[in-house]
Structure formats: structure tokens, C-alpha cells
Design a protein around this ligand. Structure first.
Ligand code: ATP
Ligand code: ZN
Length: 736
């Protein structure tokens, strides 16, 4: 008996900080706790939200044991807990840090706040005014009115309504809040599908009906109607009483998506992204958890929503690098969506006109269901041509070749839109002094300062450091000697305004818009045909459906090919195919013109000829030959420190601690199968925000337990002390 008193009941609790294992807490008398319960626990001097985790608690001396403070409404289900464990394990992150992504909505765990309203309760007050009479006339319906809405309907100020409440004529009532979104109707407005689309839709519906984990790749040319087709799978999941998540890479893409969803299902889906108000986040989180919200469209963080009855995840534009989170927990939302489906036992659909090599390989090997849509719906694919800049280049100091200029003129004269694409923000990527050669460089990063004429600053794209553009050279004091080198979209816009003074030009890049709503407004201007020429960065290259757009010009198609990135060819192919794919979607005769200094490059050839299969075959073969993903595994380790010496010293110590890489039979991998560590080498972006960076790259065979080996390695390495930081990127996408 005394024994029992001395040893209170304990639980495992995972706290949302950088810890690997759950901590042990005492359960206060009268409280019952089960895995998944959301609790408040003391942690150091603070109290934090945390989750009761699975597994027996470690034993802790009674003296050190602290007690759970409170149990809240929330619950994190079994599947979500497995997902947190899995993701932490795969990315070598702390489990607590991954849990923090689930708990980012603190207000969602308290009791839900009701909405306050007023309604008619007593006799009219003694002192009546015209304003009060109007309010009472409306409130005579006996319904509960939102105060603001009642005042507005009566055309009076809020104080008039307040006064009637004080007089006892109106009473306050608490209402349950209205649902975040309506319930989508799977049969609201089904489209008439083409034969090819109908076959594709049937295969996806079957996958949903099978009610088991499977991955399907929907691969169709741009404008094939992939959205229309995967909507049929969404409908099937909804019919079966399951919730649906659609991930999109770019939140600005959601406007069109929301409208299309509403047209198909009669109501909008819930949204999930960083631009939402805290209140809406809280309400959406709850709605997803209690099942009121049936469909969500969101950015990668939506993967951490606590779906009550998930039945399908769609990853739209699955090839998009924006799915990779590069900071904090480094993970690929595309890959983790597949994991989430595996854990939950439901299908996942990946959709793209230009699938990643990894996904294509999985489809070719038969691990994924491969659904193809080879034709555009209602229009032909655009006609793509290269402009050889060596022969037909722009006049000196200009960037638009005469061929492209003529095509733009012709297009706009015909009442259609043109788009110029350049993946570079600002006016010019480099500013230098003509007299002394001085170049403006960021003091914190190894990067040039980018001239942003619109905002009148020179600014660093890595740390945000900005200075006003000076009149004189800071080095030699020469006046009017600073020259801009190379183009950014602002410079292209300047040239276009000069060439076509009478047209409506719209520039679009992330730094030129203040908010998501402003961005959405600009996209709808394009859709409505209120601009003639759009000049934009990759923001305009993704998934948009611009009905009036007939011509796409690519300014510098070679930009991405010169990098050391093993995915350079794949990326360039995807970007060029996607951006030219915006042309001629509603009507035949769309055109793409690609300015290049290397028209014979296989990527340019694949784009011009439209021979995607040749491109994929060649790229696949090269990857296989060099053992790159998906034929081998990669992990990148970035060591950063406050000084060059600190970072390079530690990176070398890390390299010395590399363990043997044994295969399953206990002997070391050798030859082509050897695990190789490349580096350390100074990173291409050697300094960022004042931190010096070194990279190591691990190349391993496909079946190798990379995570286990990385863990052994890190355990053997000296601890990273002081200003040192080590970040591990499994399946790296960025090589900077
Ligand atoms: N069966 C259909 N009935 C009516 N309209 C359709 C049908 N299929 C496709 N469309 C229309 O064709 C256009 C292109 O479709 P959608 O946006 O789904 O293509 P996509 O394959 O997703 O293209 P991308 O990869 O370029 O984003 C849209 O305007 C869509 O509404
Ligand atoms: Zn910088």
C-alpha cells in the first residue's frame, strides 16, 4: 500500500521541443490519460502543450518527477503518432520537433469559443428613437442576430444595438459557430469526360474503392484535364465518407483551385496555409479533427492536420521542388504524403505533366499505378520553337530578340495575351562600377546584391540585407559609374514598356506583392484578360489556367543548366515544359518561343520536339549509370559555423569519423556498391547570414540502411559545440 503511494502513476509524454524520447510525468489523482491525449506539462520554467505518447514510461526518481498539469480536449490519433515517429526517424529529426508541427495551433485545444449574438427578449424601452425603432423592426423576426449584422441591416451604429441590450430589450445569446466550410457534394456537377479521361478516372476511382494503400501517378500533358480526372477520385472518397487532402506547391495557385472545386462539388474546400488568421486556423484544425471539414486544399504543412477519417491525398504538381521543406525538419511533403497513405491504408495520387524521375521510375517499375493522359482537352499542344541567340540575339543592351518582339506584337494585335518568363527577380543580378570594377556584394553571404529598381534598393536574396542604391561608387567615388549586369524581370519590363508603349504590362514575382490576396487579385486580372503582357518568375510557370494566353516567351532558358545540381536537366525540362504549357489552353494555335544559346542541348531538343519519352529515357539511363536517385540514395550534411576555421575543422573531424558500411551479411559494401562520402567541400553558397558552410555528400546503394548508418556516424563524431550546427538532408533537392 505505502509502495503504491510512493510511486504515483506515470505516463510517457512527448514534448514539442528538440528531444528524441518522451519524458515521464506523474498523472494527478482523478485524471485518466491515454496515448494521444493533449496535455499541458511543466517544462523547465514554462508550461507547454504536449501529447501522451505510446510505450511504457521510463522510470524516474520520485523527487524528479513532475506532474501533468491539465488535460485538454484535443486528441492526436494513432496514425498521426506513427506518422510523427516515422518522419522523425526517416529525416533524423527529433521526434519532439516533428510533433511541434502538429501542435502549431495552440488555441484549437481549449474549449471552443461560441459566437455571441443578440435576439429580441423584452418590451421596447421607454425612450424610443427612430434608430431604435428600425433595429426592433428587424429583430422582430425573433432570430439571433450577429450584432454587427443587425446594426448594418438597420443602418445604425453598433452603440444603438448595445443600448437596447443594456435596456433589456435585446438579450445576448451564445451560438455554436457556423461550420468553416460547407459539405461538398460528390454528385453536384460531374463533368462530361473524354474517353481517355473517363478511363483514367475509372482507374483512380477503383484505387479509392479498394480502400487500401496504393500510389497512382496521373501523368498527362499540360491542359489534359488532370484536375478534372482526379476530382473523380476525390468524389469517390467523399461518397465513401472519407476526408480528402489536396496538396498544392504554391498557395497562390489555390484561387483557381477553390473555384474549380466549388463548381464541381458545390462548395469550397477548407484552405490550409501560413497566410490564414489564427482564428480560422484554429477552427479549420478542429473541423478536420471532428470530421466537419471533408476536404482541404493546402500547402505542405497540411500533412500535419489531424484528419479523423482520411481516405485520399492528392499531390498536385508532384515534381515541384517547393514540396521540399529546407529548414527545421527537412522533409519532402510529396514523399511524406505517400508515407501518410501507407500508415493510414489509403491511396495517394501524384499528378504532374512532368513527373519527377523518382516518381516516373516507380511507375515504370510497376510500384505505382500509371495513369496517362496523352492529349490536351479541347485544344492542341502549343508549337514550341527555339530562338538561337548566337544567330538571332537581341541588339546590344537589350534582352528580347527581334523574333520574340515580333511574335509579341502579333499576339497582342490579335487580341490575345503574351507571357515572358525569366526566373530572376529584381532588375539586375549584379551591379558593378565601370571605373574600378567594384562589385556590390552582401556582407553576410557569398552572393551579389540584386538591384531592385522598383523598391530602389540593392538587396541580398539569401539574408534580405538591403542598401539604398548609391549615386557614387563606394570604392572609387566615381559618379554615374555604376552599371547593371544581366537582366531580372524588372529590366525586361522596362524594355517591354519601351518597345510596346501602349500595352498593359503586369509584372509578377514574389517580392512585388504584399499579400496572398493581392497575388490572387493579379491572377484574376490575367484570367479576365485585363492585361496584355505578363512578365514573371516561376510564380507564373505553375499550374495556372489563363484562357487568353497564346504566346509564352522564355528569356534565358539556359540559366538552370549551368549549375552543379544533378537535377539541373530535369528541373530545366520541367520548368520549360510547364511554362510553355500555359499557352493556348483554350484554343488551338498556342506558341512557345525559347531564347537559348544552346539549342542543341538534349533538354531544348526534348522541349522543341515534344518527345518527353526520349528525355525521360535518357535521364533515367544517366541516373542509373551514376548511381543517383532513384537508383541510389543520397544524403547531404551541411556543417555551418561562425568562422571558416570552425566550420571546416568540424567538417573534417566528421569525415574522419565515417564508420564502415556493412551490408546485410556483415561484410563491407564494395566496388560499385560502396558507400561513398564526398567532401567536405566548401558549399557553393559558402556563407549565408554570416555563417560559413561546408557540405558532405553521402552516396549509397539503393537497399542500404542509410539512416541507421548516419546515426552510427553521428554517434562517433565529436559533439558539435559552440556556434556549430549540423543539418542532415536525406534525399537532398538543393545542392547549394
Ligand atoms: N472533361 C472536361 N470537360 C470540360 N472541361 C474540361 C474537361 N477536361 C478538362 N477541361 C478543361 O481544360 C482545362 C485544362 O484542364 P486542367 O487544368 O485540369 O489540366 P491539367 O492537366 O491539370 O493541366 P496542367 O498540368 O497544365 O496544370 C481546364 O480549363 C479544364 O476545366
Ligand atoms: Zn546576404
Amino acid at each position: 500500500m505505502t509502495d503504491l503511494l510512493e510511486k504515483p502513476a506515470t505516463v510517457s509524454v512527448l514534448v514539442p521541443v528538440a528531444v528524441e524520447r518522451p519524458y515521464t510525468y506523474a498523472v494527478p489523482a482523478g485524471m485518466t490519460l491515454a496515448p494521444g491525449d493533449v496535455v499541458v506539462v511543466p517544462l523547465g520554467p514554462r508550461s507547454v502543450l504536449a501529447v501522451v505518447w505510446d510505450g511504457a514510461p521510463d522510470s524516474v526518481p520520485a523527487k524528479k518527477l513532475r506532474s501533468v498539469e491539465d488535460k485538454l480536449d484535443g486528441h492526436i490519433g494513432e496514425e498521426m503518432r506513427r506518422f510523427v515517429d516515422w518522419l522523425a526517424d526517416y529525416t533524423l529529426s527529433h521526434r519532439g520537433t516533428v510533433l511541434r508541427m502538429v501542435l502549431r495551433v495552440p488555441d484549437a485545444f481549449g474549449p471552443e469559443k461560441p459566437v455571441m449574438a443578440v435576439r429580441l427578449a423584452g418590451a421596447a424601452p421607454e425612450r424610443m428613437t427612430a434608430a431604435r425603432t428600425r433595429v426592433l423592426e428587424i429583430a422582430a423576426d425573433g432570430l439571433a442576430w450577429n450584432k454587427g449584422a443587425l446594426a448594418q441591416a438597420a443602418g445604425v451604429g453598433a452603440s444603438v444595438v448595445e443600448g437596447l441590450v443594456d435596456a433589456g430589450t435585446l438579450e445576448r445569446v451564445a451560438l455554436p459557430p457556423a461550420p468553416v466550410v460547407g459539405t461538398p457534394d460528390p454528385d453536384f456537377a460531374p463533368p462530361v469526360l473524354s474517353d481517355g479521361q473517363a478511363d483514367a478516372a475509372a482507374r483512380l476511382r477503383d484505387a479509392v474503392a479498394a480502400d487500401a494503400f496504393a500510389v497512382a501517378l496521373v501523368e498527362g500533358v499540360t491542359g489534359a484535364g488532370k484536375t478534372e480526372v482526379y476530382f473523380e477520385a476525390v468524389a469517390e472518397a467523399l461518397r465513401r465518407g472519407r476526408q480528402v487532402l489536396v496538396l498544392v506547391p504554391e498557395i497562390s495557385l489555390t484561387t483557381q483551385f477553390l473555384d474549380r472545386f466549388e463548381a464541381r462539388f458545390g462548395t469550397r474546400p477548407a484552405e490550409w496555409h501560413s497566410g490564414m488568421t489564427p482564428r480560422l486556423r484554429e477552427r479549420t484544425w478542429r473541423g478536420v479533427a471532428n470530421g466537419q471539414v471533408r476536404a482541404v486544399v493546402g500547402a505542405r504543412s497540411a500533412l500535419f492536420l489531424p484528419f479523423a477519417e482520411p481516405g485520399l491525398i492528392v499531390v498536385d504538381e508532384e515534381h515541384d521542388p517547393a514540396y521540399k521543406q529546407e529548414e527545421g525538419v527537412i522533409y519532402s511533403a510529396r514523399d511524406m504524403a505517400v508515407v501518410r497513405g501507407m500508415i493510414g491504408g489509403f491511396p495517394v495520387i501524384l499528378s504532374s505533366a512532368t513527373p519527377s524521375i523518382e516518381t516516373r521510375a516507380n511507375a515504370e517499375r510497376g510500384r505505382y499505378i500509371h495513369v496517362k493522359l496523352p492529349d490536351r482537352f479541347g485544344a492542341s499542344l502549343p508549337d514550341i520553337k527555339a530562338i538561337d541567340m548566337r544567330a538571332d540575339g537581341a541588339p546590344s543592351g537589350r534582352f528580347l530578340s527581334p523574333v520574340l518582339v515580333d511574335a509579341i506584337k502579333e499576339t497582342i494585335a490579335g487580341g490575345e495575351q503574351a507571357l515572358l518568363f525569366l526566373n530572376r527577380r529584381g532588375y539586375a543580378p549584379l551591379t558593378l562600377c565601370r571605373k574600378c570594377g567594384f562589385r556590390f556584394e552582401c556582407p553576410n553571404c557569398s552572393a551579389w546584391l540584386v538591384d531592385h529598381r522598383f523598391r530602389r534598393v540593392l538587396s541580398c536574396h539569401h539574408c534580405g540585407h538591403s542598401i539604398a542604391r548609391p549615386e557614387r561608387c563606394p570604392n572609387c567615388d566615381a559618379e554615374d559609374s555604376l552599371v547593371a549586369c544581366g537582366p531580372g524581370i524588372e529590366r525586361i519590363a522596362e524594355e517591354a514598356a519601351d518597345l510596346f508603349p501602349d500595352i498593359r504590362i503586369l509584372m509578377l514575382s514574389s517580392d512585388l506583392v504584399q499579400s496572398i490576396s493581392e497575388l490572387r487579385m493579379r491572377f484574376s486580372m490575367i484570367e479576365r484578360g485585363e492585361v496584355d503582357l505578363i512578365i514573371g518568375t516561376q510564380l507564373v510557370a505553375k499550374g495556372h489556367n489563363f484562357p487568353h494566353l497564346a504566346l509564352v516567351g522564355v528569356i534565358d532558358a539556359d540559366i538552370g543548366l549551368a549549375t552543379a545540381d544533378p537535377r539541373a536537366a530535369e528541373r530545366t525540362f520541367q520548368l520549360l515544359q510547364q511554362v510553355t504549357g500555359r499557352a493556348g489552353r483554350q484554343k488551338d494555335g498556342g506558341r512557345g518561343l525559347i531564347q537559348t544559346f544552346d539549342p542543341d542541348h538534349p533538354v531544348m531538343q526534348a522541349i522543341i520536339s515534344g518527345d518527353r519519352e526520349a528525355f525521360y529515357a535518357r535521364e533515367m539511363e544517366q541516373r542509373e549509370r551514376s548511381g543517383l536517385p532513384p537508383f541510389g540514395r543520397l544524403a547531404a550534411i551541411v556543417v555551418s559555423g561562425r568562422t571558416h576555421a570552425e566550420a571546416s575543422g568540424y567538417a573534417r573531424a566528421l569525415a574522419r569519423a565515417v564508420p564502415r558500411a556493412d551490408n546485410a551479411h556483415g561484410s563491407e559494401y564494395r566496388g560499385a556498391d560502396a558507400v561513398r562520402v564526398l567532401g567536405p567541400a566548401e558549399a557553393p553558397l559558402a556563407v549565408v547570414r554570416g555563417r560559413h558552410r561546408f557540405r558532405l555528400l553521402v552516396k549509397a546503394p539503393r537497399g542500404f540502411d542509410l539512416q541507421g548508418w548516419l546515426r552510427r556516424w553521428l554517434a562517433r563524431a565529436p559533439t558539435a559545440k559552440g556556434g556549430l550546427r549540423v543539418s542532415i538532408d536525406v534525399d537532398p533537392v538543393s545542392f547549394l
